[in-house]
Structures are given as structure tokens and as C-alpha cells.
Design a protein around this ligand. Structure first.
Ligand code: ATP
Length: 901
């Protein structure tokens, strides 16, 4: 020992002791090195945990050397820190027995705590002096003992080192008092185990760190589990690589709270075998070993992945896994070290004592070997030394407290204990930090990050989809709104037009009513019901009829006279009679001529009359109808008188006036079903067609003739006759030349009737019937459009009938001739009669699949959809619905457009 140097260190220490009160500067322990030089320091010692550092006055002599920050993973031997086993001696106060027994003797031990010295009295005049790292008098508090002996070790353990606190001493000197007191009644009496756990729990994170304990006892060379006594033969396992010692079979309990720990400690204490001896009735006959395992996560900012910002994941590619530090604190309460013979043991107790002595002497031998730096340390001699291999003189920070009693009667044991402590002070430790990468935790953290990213991604995806849905709904709403606005505007426009139309009709009706009232008034005044012109005509007719009746009467008389003369043979001579007959015959011929002339005049007058009646262009009412019926009756009578043949012959008259009147008469006759056959048989149809063919185009004649043809065309047989006589071409020609809507109405009506004949379809189309029909829509007059629509519907119906029989597979001739655009355009025509015809036409066209494509491209599909929804007639609605669903083309188009029927 370097006396000079030691004195200087003592001088440095003393002022601190004087001013520092009870706080003990552990750093000063290094001043007593039992002849050794200062501990060699190769690397940084871990900084004590914050709380401990604040509360402890401990300053390691190595604390001025910083630890390298590059350490990660298991430290190799180059990272070791050397240190010496620290030894403190504690003197127990005299117990009651000693006070009595040793009353006449001086204590064998004298302490000089200020010099860290213990004097062991040899006799009254001589003593041996020993230096320790700390000398704790009988009055030293438990707190102080903890802080100087155990706290530095606990700090090291929290920093990832192994640490050992061991109590060695004669039975009854206070080892258990120092280490294991629970302090249930007096908290100031709490021993090192309890205080160490308090510090540990106060310095770890409950979230990221863990503390587990095992509590064992080594009794008669058997390791028993104090937390589970049935587990009574636990093996020691040594890691051949690291040299770490473990007892895997021991119960390991996770400590979350101080309360947990106290419960376990109580349990362990209850199980601890305590054999009474003569020396101490509460003597421990076993070594008690508390193992505290601490795992702590080391926060490394470089390897941290911010949980708040997932983008940092990319930045963390180079991050290291988090580091875990594993510290193990071993608190060993050795069994009493008194000699077996002195304890008075015998039998089983003797065996116990032998076993205890065996293990303690093995420990002593190992300490000697370590103290002398012997290449061989006999750790395998006992289970105690095997168990403490990595806790004493190895890579752990170790504190030994040797307990002694004051009694001179136990001087030898005290001397032995002191020498044990002295030898232990020579043992050098190489501290090794226990760190390893926490790949598990890194993996968990990365998984959490990935989960967060996935969740975030899903959230964004969902938000995106919601946005699309929202935008789509919004767009659809806008479209619907626009459609509703458009429909409403259209409806308003329609209503306005209808109102205008109604208004004009009303006005016309009022006008007509006024005129009619005038006529009626005049009629009443003049004694008849016609107008002025009509009155004259009626007068003439009446006169002529009277003349005619007279003539007829005269003729009858003449004929009777001739007959009489023919029958009387006896009276006049034959010559005279012949002369009379000739005379009468001439008279008769004259009268016949006269009669014919009169008949023609009657016809002319009759025509004029009907022209006045029908040509007024005013709506009919029942009164006029009655009048007209009356005229028809008179015409019928007339034609009976004049003869149909005669009337038809007048159609070819040179005089256009006569032709006009004759055609009117024929038209009137053709209006009656009963006359139609006779008219056709008499060649009336041919004559009417001839009028259309006539080069000198007279629209009035053509109109009336077309009307008559239209009436005749109601009959199927007549339809074929009309076609056979080039009727379609003639009607088409008339339609092309005509301007008057009424003419067009008659022609369109005639063609519309022909359109309803299945057999005539092809011919009608090839001769320009459809084109002529469609050409007439230029007029825009509702009467004309109505007839055109009827024609189209008839034609489509025939086509549909033919195609359903399978005799037609081509596209509709209506579509071929370009009717579809007009059909679609007028499918929702305001006039219900037009709309109805066209709706039917569309439904018929749609029956044939070959038309579907054109109908879709021509916009007819939408009209069919509308019809299927809005048509006021249930049968048409159903027909449209059926057609839409049965047609493959329509169905797929509707599916594509997401329209539901
Ligand atoms: N420093 C002390 N102050 C007061 N009483 C003490 C002190 N040390 C020990 N005692 C008392 O001495 C008695 C024996 O102590 P303890 O049981 O701790 O000894 P031990 O060394 O553990 O004995 P053993 O080896 O037989 O287990 C106990 O009653 C204890 O309360």
C-alpha cells in the first residue's frame, strides 16, 4: 500500500465526511485497495439512472470517463470495465444475552468508521487493524447501509450490468437483518432487498421494461424454489459462450408493483427453512438467493420511428433495431459461517452445518484464487460457487457486507469473517454490460407502422371512393334537376300551345255559332232552314220536281193512251192509227229528252246544295248533319231516278262544273257502305281514279274523288282493285301536287286504309306509298298527321303480323323508307290521336328484333321506355314493357345504360 498516497486520499475524504453527515461517498471506497493500485478503467461505466443519480451521493471513480456511444449488440470483452469487489463490515449491537454474558469483558471489535478501520482485539494490549471499504457501526441505519452497500450495485444493474450484494457472517450477526428485513411494522427497518426493489420499480418504465424475480434457497447442496417449494431440485445451467449462469427451472414471476414483490418475499420467507440451533433460534441453515432480472429498452433517437409520422418509415430504413439491456441483481443471504462443532449440531443438524461449511469454504477458496489471480478458480466445488460464478468476481459489480458481533466469545469466528472480507477485497471484477438488439421489439414496432400505413391507406381509399360516389350522386341529381326543369318547361310550352289551340277553336266555334244563328234566323224568317243561296236552290229544286212530276204524269197518260189505242181494233183506220202512234211516239221522245235535261239540272242544283253544306269548312253540328242526311236521302232518291250509270257517266263530262257536281254525288254515295259495291260494280272506282289521273288538275275534284276512294278503300276487295288500277301512284301524284290540307287528309286516309292490307305491303311500298305518306307530313296539319300516323301504325302492324308468322325477316320497310325519325319525333305528339297511332307503330316495329338496332340508334328506345312508363293505355304500356324485356338488343342496351324497366 502506498502510505503517502493513502494519507493524501484520507485528507481529501475527511472534510467531505465532516460536512456530509450520514451520506457516504462510495467513491472513497476506492481509496482502500489493500495494497493494490487504483482499479484500471478501460471503458465507460453506464451513467446511473436519473432518479438514483439525483438521490444518491454515490460517485463512481470511473464516472469521469465516458462510455462509448457506439455500443450495440452483445458487448465483447473489449467493452469490459474493471472494478474491485467492495466490502463493508457491519457490527451488530450487543444482544440481551451478550449484555449479560459479556458484561465483564470488553468487546472484541473496535470500529474506527472515520478511517474505515476495524480493530480486532487480540488481548487487552494488542489488536489487529483492518481496513474496509466501509465500516458500519452498530448504530448505522438500514437506509445508510443500503445506500453505501447496495445502491451502486442497483444502479449498475439498471444500466445493464450484473450485480451482486452478498452478506457473509457468523450466525446471528445480522445478515438477514441487513438484507431481508421487510419492515412491515417499521419502514425504517426495511432491508436491502426491499429497498433495492423500490429503487428498481421507481426507475423502470412499466410499458417498455420488465422486472422478474426468482427466489431460491440452497440447502444441503440442493437448490429449492422458495416461490414453489415442490420445485425442490433445480439445476444450474451455464451458457458455455457467455458464461452466464441461469436456473431455468426456477419460478420466474413478473413484478409490476411493490406490493407484488412484498407478497412474494413474504411467501419465500415463510418457506425458508429455519433450523433452531443453540446459538440462534432463528438461525438460517440455508443460503437464500433472490434473483432480480431487469430488461430495459434503450431509447436511441437514431433508431426511433416516429409513430406520429408514418412517412418516417422510409427514413427508418437505416435505423438500427432498438437495444435491450439485461441486468441481473443477485442478493445472497448466506447461511451462518460458525464452525459446526461450536454450533453444537448433531445428527441432521450436523449434516446441515457440514454442508454449510462446505459451500462457504468453497466460496472462500474461490475468493482466494480470484484474489491471487490464480488461473484456476474451483467454482465447481459447490453449488453455491457454481451459482455465483457470474455474480462474484466475474462480470458483475459486487458488494459484500460482512457482519460481525461484538462478543469476545466469538472472536475466532469474527476474525475468520474479517479475513474473508479482507480476501474478497482483493478480487477484481471485469464488468460487462449486457446489451442485445431487440429484434422482436423492432419487428413489432415495424408491424405497427405497417398496420398504421395500411389503415391510413384504406382510409384514404375509402375517402376517395366516397368522394367519387358523392360526385356521381351530385351529378345525377343535377341531371335529374335539369331533366325535371326541361320537362316542366316543355309541359308549360305544351300547355300554352294547347291553350292557344283551344282558344282558336273556341273562337272558330263562336264564329260558326254566330254565322249559324244568322242562318237559322234568316231561315226562320224565310220559312226554311238553309241560307239565302240554299233557299233559292231549294226553290228551284222544288219547281223542277213539280215539273218533273208533271212530265212523269203526262208521260204515264201518253203511254196509257198508246196502250189503249193498241188494244182497240175496231175504231180508227190503220193508217190513221199509225199516224197517231208516230205522233205520240215523237211526243214521248221529246218528253224523255226534256226529262233528261231536267234531271241534269236537278243534279247541278243538288251538287250546288251539297257544296254549300259540306264545303263551308265549318264544324258540323247535329242540325247540319240532319240537313245533310236529308240531302243524302234526296241524292239517293235522285240517283234512283237518274240512275247510277248516268251519274258516273257525268264524271267524264267535258264540263268541269258537271264533273265536280257528279263527283260530289258519287262521293256522297260512296260514304254509304250499301252503295259502295254498286259503285265499284258500275265502274265508279275506275272513274274516280280517272279523275285523279286527269291532266287538268282540279284540286277540289281531286279532294272529293280521293275522299270517295278513301271510303271505298275501307273494303279489302276494293283495296286490291285500287292497287290493281295503279291507285297508289295516282294517290301519290295527287299528294305531291296538293296544297290543301283537306286534300292531303283524303289522300293520306286512302293510303292509310291501303296500309292495313297484309297482302299489299310490298307493292304499296315499291309504288311509293310510304314515301307519299311521309311526304304529306310537310303540311303539319293535325288532320293530315293523324292520317299519316294511322297509315304508319297500320303498316307496322301488318309487318309485325307477317314477321310473327315467320314470313318476313328483313328490316321494316318503314325504316327502309326513312320513317323512323318522323316516328320518333312525333311519338310524344300533343295530339293524343297522333301519339296513340305512333306509340302503337313503335311497339309493332319493336316486335321484330331485326329493327332493334336501328331503333336504338334512332332514339326509339327512349320512346319505348317512356311508353312503358307513361302511356295512358295499360295494354300499350304492357306491350312496350314486354317488348323491351323480350328483345335481346333492347335489354342489353338498357343494362348498359343502367335503366330499369
Ligand atoms: N444491526 C442490528 N441492529 C439491531 N439488531 C440486530 C442487528 N443485526 C442483527 N440484529 C438482531 O440479531 C438477531 C440475529 O440477526 P439475524 O437473524 O439477521 O442474523 P443472521 O446472521 O441472519 O443469522 P443466521 O445466519 O443464523 O441466519 C436478530 O434478532 C436481529 O434482529
Amino acid at each position: 500500500m502506498d502510505a503517502m498516497r493513502r494519507r493524501k486520499e484520507e485528507e481529501e475524504l475527511q472534510p467531505r465526511q465532516r460536512s456530509g453527515g450520514v451520506q457516504f461517498e462510495v467513491g472513497a471506497m476506492s481509496t482502500y485497495r489493500n495494497g493494490r493500485g487504483p482499479a484500471k478503467v478501460d471503458r465507460v461505466q453506464p451513467a446511473p439512472s436519473a432518479n438514483l443519480r439525483a438521490s444518491s451521493s454515490f460517485k463512481s471513480k470511473n464516472s469521469n470517463v465516458r462510455r462509448s456511444s457506439s455500443g450495440a449488440g452483445l458487448r465483447d470483452s473489449d467493452d469490459s470495465v474493471s472494478g474491485r469487489v467492495r466490502v463493508a463490515v457491519r457490527l451488530r449491537p450487543q444482544n440481551a444475552e451478550e449484555i449479560v454474558a459479556d458484561a465483564d469483558f470488553a468487546d472484541c471489535v473496535e470500529l474506527q468508521p472515520e478511517f474505515k478501520r476495524l480493530k480486532l482485539r487480540k488481548n487487552n494490549w494488542d489488536s489487529d487493524t483492518y481496513e474496509f471499504d466501509e465500516v458500519l457501526t452498530e448504530s448505522a441505519s438500514q437506509k445508510r447501509v443500503y445506500e453505501v452497500v447496495a445502491k451502486p450495485v442497483v444502479e449498475s444493474v439498471l444500466d445493464g450490468y450484473n450485480g451482486t450484494v452478498m452478506a457473509y457472517g457468523q450466525t446471528g450477526t445480522g445478515k438477514t437483518f441487513t438484507l431481508g428485513r421487510l419492515g412491515d411494522e417499521d419502514t425504517s427497518a426495511r432491508g436491502i432487498m426491499v429497498r433495492a426493489m423500490e429503487d428498481i420499480l421507481a426507475n423502470i418504465s412499466r410499458d417498455s421494461d420488465s422486472v422478474t424475480i426468482s427466489y431460491l434457497q440452497l440447502y444441503m447442496e440442493t437448490i429449492q424454489d422458495l416461490l414453489n417449494p415442490t420445485n425442490d431440485n433445480i439445476s444450474i445451467v451455464e451458457d458455455p459462450k457467455s458464461g452466464d449462469v441461469s436456473v431455468p427451472a426456477a419460478t420466474l414471476v413478473d413484478i409490476r408493483t411493490y406490493h407484488d414483490f412484498m407478497e412474494l418475499l413474504r411467501l419465500g420467507e415463510a418457506h425458508r427453512v429455519a433450523a433452531n440451533t443453540k446459538l440462534n433460534t432463528e438461525s438460517s441453515r440455508s443460503h437464500a438467493i433472490l434473483m432480480v432480472h431487469i430488461k430495459r429498452s434503450v431509447t436511441d433517437t437514431e433508431s426511433e420511428i416516429s409513430s406520429d409520422n408514418y412517412h418516417s418509415l422510409h427514413m427508418s430504413k437505416n435505423s438500427k433495431p432498438p437495444i435491450i439491456r439485461k441486468g441481473k441483481l443477485v442478493v445472497v443471504d448466506l447461511a451462518g459461517s460458525e464452525r459446526a462443532h461450536k454450533s453444537g449440531s448433531e445428527g441432521h443438524t450436523l449434516e446441515e452445518a457440514k454442508s454449510i461449511n462446505l459451500s462457504l469454504s468453497a466460496l472462500g477458496k474461490c475468493i482466494n484464487a480470484l484474489a491471487e489471480n490464480s488461473p484456476h478458480v474451483p467454482v465447481r466445488d459447490s453449488k453455491l460457487t457454481r451459482l455465483l460464478k457470474d455474480s462474484f468476481g466475474g462480470t458483475a459489480r459486487t458488494s459484500l457486507i460482512v457482519t460481525v458481533g461484538p462478543s469476545p466469545r466469538h472472536r475466532a469466528e469474527t476474525a475468520s469473517t474479517i479475513l474473508f472480507g479482507q480476501r474478497a477485497m482483493k478480487v477484481e471484477n471485469m464488468l460487462k454490460i449486457k446489451e442485445e438488439f431487440d429484434y422482436k421489439s423492432l419487428c413489432k414496432r415495424l408491424e405497427t407502422q405497417i398496420d398504421k400505413l395500411i389503415a391510413e391507406n384504406e382510409k384514404q381509399q375509402k375517402a376517395f371512393e366516397d368522394e367519387i360516389e358523392r360526385t356521381t350522386i351530385e351529378a345525377q341529381q343535377r341531371i335529374s334537376e335539369a331533366e325535371i326543369n326541361y320537362t316542366e318547361a316543355l309541359e308549360r310550352e305544351k300547355m300554352k300551345c294547347q291553350m292557344d289551340y283551344m282558344e282558336s277553336i273556341k273562337k272558330l266555334e263562336e264564329k260558326w255559332m254566330n254565322n249559324h244563328s244568322k242562318h237559322v234566323t234568316n231561315g226562320i224568317v224565310n220559312g226554311n232552314h238553309g241560307g239565302e243561296g240554299n233557299d233559292h236552290a231549294d226553290e228551284d229544286v222544288r219547281e223542277l220536281n213539280i215539273k218533273l212530276q208533271k212530265e212523269i204524269t203526262l208521260r204515264k197518260q201518253a203511254e196509257e193512251e198508246i196502250q189503249y189505242l193498241k188494244n182497240s181494233h175496231h175504231h180508227p183506220s190503220e193508217a190513221g192509227v199509225n199516224a197517231d202512234v208516230i205522233k205520240l211516239q215523237n211526243l214521248l221522245d221529246d218528253e224523255t229528252r226534256q226529262k233528261q235535261k231536267l234531271e241534269e239540272e236537278v243534279l247541278i242544283l243538288q251538287s250546288r246544295l251539297s257544296q254549300l253544306t259540306f264545303g263551308s269548312g265549318l264544324p258540323r253540328n247535329s242540325q247540319l248533319d240532319n240537313q245533310s242526311n236529308g240531302e243524302r236521302t234526296s241524292i239517293a232518291n235522285l240517283h234512283e231516278h237518274v240512275g247510277l250509270q248516268k251519274i258516273l257517266s257525268l264524271l267524264e263530262s267535258e264540263d268541269p262544273n258537271v264533273r265536280l257536281h257528279a263527283v260530289k254525288v258519287v262521293a256522297n254515295l260512296a260514304a254509304e257502305d250499301t252503295n259502295q259495291e254498286r259503285i265499284v260494280e258500275a265502274g265508279g272506282l275506275s272513274s274516280l281514279l280517272a279523275l285523279l289521273r286527269s291532266r287538268s288538275f282540279d284540286e277540289t275534284i281531286c279532294r272529293i274523288a280521293a275522299g270517295a276512294i278513301a271510303n271505298l278503300a275501307m273494303n279489302e276487295a276494293n283495296q286490291e282493285l285500287i292497287m290493281a288500277q295503279d291507285g297508289i301512284s295516282l294517290l301519290a301524284m295527287t299528294a305531291a301536287d296538293a296544297e290543301d290540307p283537306q286534300t292531303l287528309r283524303m289522300v293520306a286516309g286512302a293510303i292509310a286504309n291501303l296500309c292495313g292490307n297484309d297482302k299489299l305491303q310490298t307493292r304499296l311500298r315499291s309504288e311509293g306509298g310510304i314515301k307519299a305518306l311521309l311526304g304529306m307530313v310537310r303540311s303539319r296539319h293535325p288532320d293530315v298527321l293523324s292520317q299519316v300516323a294511322r297509315g304508319v301504325a297500320n303498316f307496322a302492324k301488318c309487318e309485325s303480323r307477317t314477321s310473327s308468322k315467320g314470313s318476313k325477316n328483313n328490316r321494316s320497310l318503314l325504316i327502309e323508307d326513312g320513317a323512323l325519325p318522323w316516328i320518333v319525333q312525333n311519338a310524344n305528339n300533343d295530339a293524343s290521336i297522333i301519339r296513340r297511332h305512333i306509340e302503337l307503330a313503335l311497339c309493332h316495329l319493336a316486335q321484330h328484333e331485326v329493327n332493334a338496332k336501328d331503333m336504338v340508334s334512332g332514339g326509339a328506345l327512349w320512346e319505348l321506355v317512356r311508353i312503358s312508363r307513361d302511356c295512358s293505355r295499360e295494354d300499350i304500356r304492357a306491350l312496350a314493357r314486354r317488348t323491351l324485356t323480350s328483345s335481346q338488343t333492347f335489354s342489353s342496351e338498357l343494362r348498359r345504360l343502367r335503366v330499369e324497366i
